[in-house]
Design a protein around this ligand. Structure first.
Ligand code: SAM
Length: 371
């Protein structure tokens, strides 16, 4: 059903399972899922209501439907789905009246050009659920009305549906010349990004509100920044600025044109918890049951500080975007230069600057939309 135009925001993670693939370089995202597991168990136990008649299944179709939006190629999505099913099963087992365990139907969503072959090749052979791929942008409708019981989306909502138009307009005060993101840029650039994010979140919530059954649940693991921290004060902001400076170096070396750097912008926006909460409240279709920062004091911090892991992670996430704009020839030299600069950057190796926040947002659909 979903038709998707391919632009700079629809270039997914590096596919396959080679040394630069997302499948082998997504430990950072895995740590977020692991940190969120306990909280998700508790929230599903508290808020899943199998007895709600609006929520219950059609006769003869006892399937509990789960979707992972922005699933990429695995293996993290399999981990997320495993955690969700386990929590739902625990809830069913704990009911005072013995209730038949539902069958599970899982929908894996990502952009049409995601490497779904790698995803399905590596599907765990547990037979615990039926699997289906749902290609297309999660900013639009992807599933029929009132069919989904649990929606999940981790480390994906910070991808905008498109680069804000003004950021690429030479005549706009938001023109982002010489930078690849809004970190350290003019206020107008940040404003253009946050406006786009607001529109995208609204579209995401509207689509999910229609797809979820009444009272259906949704969990987001969001990548963002703590309230009151500016992008340029965080390690992700500094890291992207260092990467941006590597593009400028390649331009000075004559390997790429300066205009190409000026027209390259990353489709990422990192919201603070209160910013995201306000957007959800303004949208009005979900109750916010929980919004809480994940503990980043453990392994995730270690992952962040390991230079090689960090560069491989950046390459797995950004490689396809860079290739599309600048061509394949720059990739190796770009990320080698990034690595050299990363090592020599005192900010990136100073724990005081690790102010990135991953947080959980747990929502319950509160009204039924008719259109
Ligand atoms: C950093 S990866 C996270 C993947 C996985 N959820 C995980 O935790 O490892 C972000 C994923 O979101 C996908 N994505 C971004 N925007 C999307 C959109 N509008 N519709 C569907 N998928 C999207 C990207 O293609 C990418 O695979």
């Amino acid at each position: 059903m979903a038709q998707e135009a391919l632009d700079s925001s629809t270039y997914p993670m590096v596919g396959g399972d080679g040394p630069h693939s997302y499948a082998r370089n997504s430990n950072y995202q895995k740590e977020s899922l692991d940190s969120a597991k306990q909280m998700m168990n508790e929230l599903i136990d508290q808020h899943l209501d199998p007895g709600n008649h609006l929520y219950s299944f059609n006769p003869g179709n006892n399937s509990f439907r789960v979707a992972d939006f922005g699933c990429s190629v695995g293996p993290n999505t399999f981990r997320a789905v495993h955690n969700i099913i386990e929590a739902v099963e625990n809830k069913y087992k704990s009911l005072p009246v013995e209730t038949e365990m539902p069958e599970f139907h899982v929908f894996f969503n990502d952009h049409v050009n995601n490497d779904f072959n790698t995803l399905f090749r590596n599907l765990p052979a547990t037979g615990r659920y039926f699997a289906a791929g749902v290609p297309g942008s999660f900013y639009g409708r992807l599933l029929p009305s009132s069919t989904l019981h649990f929606a999940h989306c981790s480390t994906a909502l910070h991808w905008l549906s498109k680069i804000p138009v003004d950021v690429m307009d030479k005549n706009s005060p938001a023109w982002n010349k010489g930078r690849i993101c809004y970190s350290g840029a003019a206020k107008e650039v940040k404003d253009a990004y946050s406006t786009q994010f607001g529109k995208d979140v609204d579209s995401f919530l509207r689509a999910r509100a229609q797809e979820l059954v009444p009272g259906g649940l949704m969990m987001l693991v969001a990548d963002g920044l703590p309230d009151d921290v500016h992008m340029c004060e965080s390690s992700i902001g500094e890291n992207l600025n260092v990467l941006g400076s590597c593009f400028l170096d390649l331009a000075k070396m004559g390997m790429i044109a300066q205009e190409m750097v000026d027209s390259f912008n990353l489709p990422f926006y990192y919201p603070s918890p209160s910013e995201l909460k306000t957007l959800i409240e303004v949208n009005g279709l979900f109750e916010v049951k929980k919004i809480e920062k994940l503990d980043s004091s453990s392994a995730k911090k270690g992952v962040q500080l390991d230079v090689d892991v960090c560069i491989l992670h950046m390459r797995a996430v950004l490689g396809e975007l860079v290739k599309k704009h600048f061509g394949e020839g720059v990739i190796d030299i770009l990320f080698e230069r990034h690595r050299e600069k990363y090592i020599g950057n005192p900010v990136l190796s100073d724990e005081r600057y690790i102010k990135d926040a991953s947080y959980v947002v747990f929502l319950k659909q509160k009204i039924k939309v008719t259109s």
